[in-house]
Design a binder for this molecule. Structure first.
Ligand code: MD3
Ligand code: FE
Length: 234
């Protein structure tokens, strides 16, 4: 395995961080709160939004969520195991099994999903202050070989509400396409601490994860990546 390097909120292009999440030392104080992040096909990417301390806080909270609602292997309606493991917090979790894709108010074991941790709600409020409260906090665990095929997030009722994603752990090669299948795509690396906002024109774009660069972060206790996706469902 490659040597893992500690990832901080280093001097990445376009990045910024708000005071509540420990300010970056490479960005001037008066610029901290009005930097837009960088825009890729309408998706707003806040590079290094969470510093390592903020990332650890979120991971600790996620461990508690996973104790109450353990990760499970989702199965597609056609019977294929997905390569990611999933769990969720909030009023709804997104699940898939032989019966289909849907939001459900119960974990497959029959217990309600835990509440969304406040450390995660704080990220949502900071990046999309005007939005409704998130109703689903989907947690995807990617082992070194996991990936996610190109898809749209369209199981929600109100596409005017944003989707917010937090990346933790190893780097992921993320691909974003178009509102219809096919056409040119763009790929970017999502790194630990990055926060992406999908709203407006980007909300219904096809997207996926081609691969994980195992060993690029030492945030988690094993190689892999966690992605947290916050959504308004109803
Ligand atoms: C762009 N997760 O859970 S997060 C998913 O990294 C999902 O685990 C990926 O796609 C992951 O549904 C990508 C970034 C993301 C999420 C939703 C989007 C990008 C998006 C919706 C529209 C466009
Ligand atoms: Fe998605």
């Amino acid at each position: 395995m490659r040597k893992r390097s500690l990832q901080g909120p280093g001097p990445r292009f376009g990045g910024y961080i708000r005071r509540a999440f420990s300010p970056r030392k490479d960005v001037k104080d008066d610029k901290l709160n009005d930097m837009p992040g960088r825009i890729i096909r309408g998706m707003r990417l806040h590079d290094g939004f969470l510093d390592v301390e903020g990332q650890r806080g979120v991971v600790d909270d996620l461990r508690r969520v996973a104790q109450a609602a353990p990760f499970f292997v989702p199965v597609t309606p056609r019977g294929q195991k997905m390569s990611v493991k999933m769990t969720a917090a909030g009023a709804f979790g997104w699940i898939t099994d032989r019966k289909g894709y849907r939001y459900d108010d119960l974990h497959p074991s029959g217990v309600p999903w835990p509440e969304i941790p406040t450390s995660i709600l704080a990220v949502w409020r900071a990046v999309v202050p005007e939005a409704r409260a998130p109703e689903c906090c989907l947690i995807n665990w990617y082992g070194p070989e996991a990936k996610m095929g190109l898809h749209q997030d369209r199981d929600e009722a109100d596409f005017t509400q944003p989707v917010v994603s937090i990346s933790l752990g190893d780097d992921a090669l993320f691909r974003i396409g178009n509102a219809e299948r096919g056409g040119k795509t763009e790929s970017i690396w999502l790194r630990s601490g990055d926060v992406a906002v999908m709203e407006g024109t980007s909300r219904l774009l096809f997207h996926g994860v081609d691969r994980i660069a195992a060993g690029t972060s030492q945030l988690l206790d094993k190689p892999g990546r966690i992605n947290v996706t916050l959504r308004v469902v109803t």
